[in-house]
Design a protein. Structure first.
Lengths: 269, 350, 541
């Protein structure tokens, strides 16, 4: 409760209240509306699409075309599905800031409601992977060891053993997976953003994706255990070598200088 | 070497009192000799010396305490206890405490000993003479004479038959050791040329262990496959997968630039060896937008839409492609083995 | 010497033990020569000790590890205490390394000390070798010891590599795979050596056990022998020293072995061990549990070897993929050239002392060290070599530089491809100029004294800085170095007009000698006449 009151003045508080109010209104409406549930959903859906379209034409159309057909500046969004939108916009990659080898992760500028609306609009352009539910991405009860094995077969080649990321060609890179929302990891596997290939359910079933998410959470999160001490970036021998030279040999040479130095004399000559 | 021809005067003058360039007393650069010893504070002030003594004893005591701490840590902390210690993270309590106490126990001994040496032992510098390493001419003459006498007595130089047969015997006898190494491994024969792939073998998805179907493989996706019949439990699994691992992708057929690649594909589904042709790393950093695949070990880059030819890096030739089709059950199958050896190139590869 | 009354008294126990040993081992004669042996003090003389002590630490911890490690590639299913590996198939070698890390109390610490000490051992040898190089300590009579040291470094690299491969984890397995690929590239014998080394096809079931005996027996055995020889020669030659008052080529000035040096060197062992133990307490190394067991079809990005092999890695990464197919055979130049270059770069530094002594033609013993600036060409050569080493090293980590400095991997590879040739040349030129500059500064100091920082205004308004003349000790130190004159071929016709034969080798040597000691390549040190002229009154300004 204390936490809640403390956050009352948070800039997003108004947004949250508004969303709650909207949800409550919507819920009440759904509960009491005479029309059948399906119809109501459809209406909500078309509303979302409508709103999403407005957001799209302001924020996305300049690169992806007015109807999502794509231009020379951005690929077609027909058939990419809501999962792709949720990933790209939800991690701040979209809207892109500047052309370059790769669009980096940035501050997210849309709220989740707007992202959902955008996703609804893009999904309406053509069927594609949909945003997963909470259960679909939950690491609870997943097989961590199996996830590790799958990770080493499918993911480690680009993202490193424990998901620290790595280089691709010509300035592109596989990003670090530390602190990435499980939902976004799931969506990335589903949709294959940018250089990344997709791992659709047909070749990597949902359960295996959850195993992989569970593995990443175990080995690369703020709670991950590093029994040996500092993990030195988790990058392997390069950072270990630098550490050995700078801190190991550095400390030893400092000590050697002390051992070999002349002891202070009583009188300065 | 023709170094004898360099005249002595070309070499710089030796340093030292006897070889001064100018008359000794007159030479401003002459060696003034060892400077007089300057006493340390500890040499003239007994209180300072006492302080040093206490510091050294403190170090040795600290070491003893740290060793007690080491044993205590060993007993107290369970091997799987994890604690959060800033800034090291969630570390093993045992490793951390054992390492630190051991480190302190050792370091304190060293620091004590060095401090002792630096402050309390004599710091008067002493000069020790060097002696020539080379023997005197008399010694050398004696040794040479002894050797000549020994050689003469053995008749080594005269009885050439003995000498030659002995050299022969000594040269041949190590061969036994070399011969014994023969069974370290089999001969290469054609082992590097074949893999487990053969006509009719289905492509097994390495995630699900189920046969792959063409409709499973989406454009832009990446899947890994191994031959039907191979299991992780198999005795030679490692050896077989080291050659048979496959990388399955799908490219719109019109985007495949290489004619043979298109023919060997099934509706744009192409199967390339996952083993880099450079030195054999599993290569699979597939960039689905450009169809380039990068090796994480040495960065060879292959264009999978153009017969997997090398476009960057140290690999010498394209990744081998496996010809695939669909069997009667609608599963992907190999239409034969690779038509060239997979993995790193070798002399007999041709 | 000993009188009857002396022998009557009962000698103390320690003396009696020593007497007993002396009667069998002759320890008194040994101690007479060595107990008060003089060792000069300088921090850079302790770099070799860092290597020596890390080697001892490695042996101590290594013996402990052998008690728990199973050098076997039999497949087992893991059921130990590390959760994310439950039920995974792995080799016994990998499983036992997990056990050492998670189930043996203190096992993780010993493993980490062992591995950190190995990295520091190689680093210590490297800096020690460079110290010896840049001070010219490799000159007669120490050339053989230089070779011993060099062999220790190379063997250390391979001992490290075989040890790193033992846990059979995904990272080291990838390194072994690379080694196998490199072996395959050797013309004619490649496939045979590969089959023999791995007992058949890669990875087979043998290499861990074979690497094990190489790692714990063969290579360390040879190294131990070389190490003892190295140390015996250090004692026999007596240590080198820097020039200074009272220090000549015929003496060695410092502290006696007993007690000062023994306390310092013995203490230093504990300091080194202590620091490495602390590092092993706070920093993780080679966390094989996070890396996973080896499978030839799995890999992780950022696959690099330990630092001392990084240079081989770099060579192989930046090499273009040349391959020649002729008459049914393949010459894998893309791998074979880096393999040769690896040996060549190491060989160059190994033979350098012999080349230098051929150029100078100097057959005398040298016990006074050069300051690097006073041997500009040697120093420049050494810096060029290190530059080459470092550039290739950067190539070995090109993917990590790319991600951490937001660069293109390909651009870094191209940078290395160019600077592998250009870098050493630039480094050579720059270093030599810096050395000559420093030589000039030394000369200036000798002739005009030290800049005191005191500014004086002269009556007519000019400002001058007062220079303080140097004391005799510094004057001597700064002028003690030897300067060679370039070797002359001499006239090609003798006085009778008959042409003298000058071999190409002699011409080469003359040219090299000029490069080393020619007029522009070293600054003539001040002469007594110059000094006297300047200091005789009106020289001050």
């Amino acid at each position: 409760m204390k936490k809640l009151s403390a956050r009352r003045r948070h800039p997003l508080a108004a947004v949250v209240v508004l969303l709650l109010a909207l949800a409550a209104t919507g819920g009440l409406y759904a509960a009491f509306a005479p029309a059948s549930k399906a119809q109501a959903d459809e209406t909500a859906q078309s509303l979302a699409i409508e709103e999403g379209k407005k957001l799209y034409s302001v924020g996305c159309a300049s690169c992806h075309g007015t109807g999502g057909q794509g231009t020379t500046d951005g690929p077609s969004l027909v058939g990419v599905g809501s999962a792709a939108v949720d990933f790209q916009v939800g991690t701040g990659r979209m809207p892109a800031q500047q052309p370059g080898a790769q669009v980096p992760k940035k501050k997210v500028i849309y709220n989740q409601a707007q992202i959902d609306q955008l996703a609804a609009y893009v999904a309406s352009l053509g069927a594609g992977p949909i945003v997963p539910t909470k259960n679909q991405v939950s690491p609870d009860g997943a097989d961590i060891a199996k996830g590790g094995d799958l990770f080493r077969t499918n993911c480690a080649q680009c993202h490193n053993f424990t998901g620290e990321g790595g280089a691709l060609t010509n300035g592109k890179y596989a990003p670090s997976l530390e602190g990435v929302d499980p939902k976004h990891i799931y969506e990335a596997m589903q949709t294959g953003p940018q250089s990344m290939p997709s791992f659709p359910d047909t070749t990597m079933p949902e359960q295996q994706k959850r195993d992989i998410i569970a593995y990443i959470q175990t080995v690369n999160s703020a709670q991950s255990e590093n029994p040996g001490g500092l993990k030195l970036g988790g990058l392997g021998p390069v950072s270990e070598g630098l550490f050995a030279w700078i801190f190991g040999l550095g400390a030893l040479i400092a000590v050697a200088i002390w051992v070999a130095a002349h002891t202070a004399k009583a009188k300065k000559s | 070497m023709s170094s004898q021809e360099i005249p002595e005067e070309n070499l710089p003058a030796e340093q030292g009192p006897a070889h001064g360039a100018v008359e000794g007393a007159d030479d401003p650069f002459a060696d003034p000799g060892l400077p007089a010893h300057q006493p340390r504070i500890q040499d003239i002030d007994e209180r300072a010396a006492k302080r040093s003594e206490r510091a050294v004893a403190f170090m040795f005591t600290l070491s003893m305490l740290a060793t007690v701490g080491f044993i205590a840590s060993y007993v107290i902390f369970p091997v799987d206890k994890i604690v959060y210690i800033w800034p090291f993270g969630h570390v093993s309590a045992l490793n951390f405490s054992l390492g630190l106490t051991l480190g302190v126990a050792l370091f304190a001994i060293g620091a004590g000993a060095v401090h002792w040496a630096r402050t309390l032992m004599s710091d008067v510098e002493v000069a020790d003479d060097r002696h020539a390493i080379e023997a005197t001419p008399e010694v050398k003459a004696k040794v040479l004479a002894d050797f000549a006498a020994g050689a003469e007595e053995s008749a080594f130089g005269r009885r050439k038959l003995i000498r030659n047969t002995m050299f022969g015997a000594l040269a041949l006898v190590p061969l036994s050791g070399v011969v014994l190494l023969r069974d370290l491994g089999p001969l290469p024969e054609k082992k590097l040329r074949n893999t487990l792939w053969a006509k009719g073998k289905q492509l097994i998805n390495m995630n699900t262990m189920e046969p792959l179907r063409p409709e499973d493989v989406a454009v832009g996706s990446l899947t890994f496959a191994m031959p039907e019949g191979l299991t992780e439990e198999a005795e030679d699994f490692q050896n077989q997968i080291a050659k048979a691992a496959l990388m399955i992708i799908r490219i719109q057929p019109e985007n495949i630039k290489d004619k043979r690649e298109r023919e060997w594909a099934h509706e744009g589904i192409v199967a390339f060896s996952k083993i880099c042709t450079h030195v054999g790393c599993p290569i699979s950093l597939y960039e689905q937008q450009t169809h380039h695949v990068l090796c994480p070990c040495h960065q060879s880059t292959f264009d999978l839409s153009d017969g997997a030819r090398v476009i960057f890096g140290p690999a010498g030739h394209a990744l081998p492609q496996l010809r695939i089709g669909v069997n009667s059950e609608g599963n992907l199958e190999a239409l034969g083995d690779f038509d060239e050896p997979v993995g790193p190139a070798f002399w007999e590869r041709g | 010497m000993s009188t009857a009354t002396d022998t009557q008294r009962k000698a103390p126990a320690g003396e009696r033990v020593a007497d007993w040993a002396d009667g069998r081992l002759g320890i008194y004669s040994l101690a007479k020569a060595n107990m008060r042996k003089i060792f000069p003090d300088h921090w850079s003389f302790m770099l070799g000790e860092i290597a020596l002590y890390s080697f001892i630490i490695i042996i101590l911890t290594g013996v402990y590890l052998t008690l728990f490690f199973h050098p076997s590639m039999n497949e087992v299913v893991y059921h130990g205490s590390y959760e994310p590996m439950q039920g995974i198939k792995m080799s016994e070698a990998y499983a036992s390394t997990l056990d050492i890390s998670f189930d043996v109390r203190g096992g993780l610490l010993v493993r980490q000390i062992h591995h950190w000490a190995a990295l520091i051992f190689l680093a210590g040898m490297f800096v020690h070798m460079m110290r010896v190089f840049f001070t010219g300590a490799f000159r007669k009579p120490r050339e053989i010891n230089w070779l011993f040291g060099f062999l220790l470094f190379v063997l250390g690299m391979f001992t490290g590599f075989t040890g790193y491969s033992l846990p059979d984890d995904l990272l080291s397995g990838t390194g072994v795979r690379f080694t196998q690929g490199a072996i395959l590239s050797m013309p004619i014998v490649g496939t045979y050596i590969s089959m023999f080394l791995f007992g058949g096809e890669f990875p087979g079931h043998d290499f861990v056990a074979r690497f094990y005996s190489i790692h714990i027996l063969l290579l360390p055995g040879i190294m131990l022998g070389l190490l003892v020889a190295h140390l015996i020669l250090v004692f026999y030659h007596k240590h080198t020293q820097f020039a200074g008052p009272g220090r000549t080529n015929k003496n060695v000035v410092g502290m006696p072995l007993l007690p000062v040096y023994m306390a310092k060197a013995g203490g230093f062992f504990f300091l080194v061990f202590g620091i490495i133990a602390v590092i092993a307490a706070i920093a993780s190394i080679n966390p094989i549990w996070a890396i996973g067991p080896y499978r030839p079809d799995q890999v992780s990005t950022g696959a690099q070897p330990d630092w001392y092999m990084g240079f081989a890695e770099g060579l192989i990464r930046v090499m273009p993929g040349w391959e020649i197919n002729l008459w049914g055979h393949t010459l894998v130049l893309g791998v074979f050239i880096p393999l040769m270059a690896f040996g060549l770069v190491l060989a160059i530094i190994a033979v350098y002392p012999f080349v230098e002594s051929w150029i100078t033609g100097d057959k005398r013993e040298h016990h006074i060290l050069d300051r690097p600036r006073n041997a500009p060409t040697r120093t420049a050569f050494g810096v060029a070599w290190i530059t080459e080493y470092v550039i290739v090293f950067i190539g070995g980590g090109n993917d990590l530089w790319a991600t951490h400095f937001h660069l293109s991997l390909n651009a870094i590879s191209w940078f290395v491809r160019i600077f592998i040739f250009v870098g050493p040349v630039l480094a050579f030129i720059a270093t030599r100029r810096i050395c000559l500059g420093l030589q000039r500064r030394d000369k200036e100091k000798v002739l005009h004294g030290r800049e005191s920082g005191i500014i004086k205004r002269l009556p007519h308004g000019e400002f001058v800085e007062i220079h303080e003349p140097l004391g005799p000790e510094q004057l001597h130190t700064l002028t003690a170095h030897e300067q060679y004159k370039p070797v002359e071929i001499g006239p090609t016709v003798d006085e009778n007009g008959v042409e003298r034969k000058v071999s190409a080798l002699q011409k080469l040597r003359a040219r090299l000698s000029k490069g080393y000691y020619g007029e522009d390549n070293q600054i003539a040190k001040p002469t007594v006449e110059e000094y006297k002229e300047i200091t005789s009154g009106h020289g001050h300004h």
